[in-house]
Design a protein around this ligand. Structure first.
Ligand SMILES: Nc1ncnc2c1ncn2[C@@H]1O[C@H](COP(=O)(O)OP(=O)(O)OP(=O)(O)O)[C@@H](O)[C@H]1O
Length: 247
């Protein structure tokens, strides 16, 4: 089992502050990060994945700190986002070979198998990929280096409904293999039944971080209704400013 912790992650932009975010995750569980546009999901994921460096606070995986050992830290996680750097003019296959060298557990055989499974052509150049194919390529790349945690920023947007279904069953397999998954999304319906833990960001603050079941109970307490969807929980946070600010 692996564990991830982040403590007091703070990042300031001119008009926005990600405000001292702390939470922890364990491998084998599915964490869903939800929040309205501009609430800070990408900013948070960029910080904890080691893409963004100008932040304060601490992130660790199994005691390995990003700030002290960035290379080791990055080897333990896979990050899937719109911004991940690949050589645009190079093919999917050659990007894998180039970047794979940075990961001791990289397997070219697994990379090929995942590309095949997710139907991504190894010979296409990166700039030739659609948005959905680019996300799929990153999933293949990340899984081929066997991370302990997989972090995905809005992956569902680029996927058609058929692949979304297949993607969610792949996530189920990874959870069974004891990988920890943190996924941000607007398309909450797809992950409603799967989320073990729910994190809700509101204007740069983490207003919820709790097992999904306990939020069900809390929602029932506030509204009298049972079994909310994530969308309902988001609406509840968003419309109930007093309760959020009290935290
Ligand atoms: N490079 C930047 N410079 C200045 N402000 C930024 C920068 N990147 C993000 N922001 C601001 O930080 C805030 C949070 O943005 P972020 O992209 O993290 O939100 P989000 O929850 O991921 O939004 P969305 O759901 O629309 O993708 C926004 O107000 C945005 O304008």
């Amino acid at each position: 089992m692996s564990s991830f912790t982040c403590t007091n992650i703070t990042k300031r932009y001119r008009h926005f502050c990600l405000d001292s975010i702390s939470f922890s995750m364990e491998s084998g569980y599915f964490y869903v990060l939800a929040g309205v546009n501009g609430s800070g999901k990408t900013t948070l994921l960029d910080c904890i994945s080691g893409v963004s460096q100008g932040f304060s606070g601490e992130t660790q995986i199994d005691g390995i700190s990003f700030k002290a050992s960035p290379v080791l830290y990055r080897q333990k996680l896979g990050y899937i986002s719109e911004k991940c750097p690949f050589f645009m003019e190079e093919s999917v296959a050659s990007n894998g070979l180039t970047y794979g060298e940075f990961y001791p557990d990289w397997s070219v055989r697994d990379y090929s198998a995942y590309l095949d499974r997710l139907n991504v052509s190894p010979s296409k150049r990166i700039y030739e990929l659609s948005k959905g194919e680019f996300m799929k390529l990153q999933i293949c790349f990340s899984l081929a280096h066997h991370p302990d945690f997989l972090i995905l920023d809005e992956p569902l947007e680029g996927f058609d409904p058929v692949f979304r279904h297949e993607f969610l069953s792949l996530l189920g397999e990874l959870l069974d293999q004891d990988m920890g998954i943190l996924l941000s999304t607007h398309i909450t319906e797809d992950v409603d039944r799967l989320a073990d833990y729910l994190l809700i960001l509101e204007n740069g603050r983490l207003v919820e971080c709790a097992p999904r079941e306990s939020l069900n109970d809390k929602y029932k307490e506030y509204t009298g209704k049972a079994a909310p969807r994530i969308r309902d929980l988001l609406d509840l946070e968003h419309t109930n400013g007093t309760r959020s600010k009290d935290r």
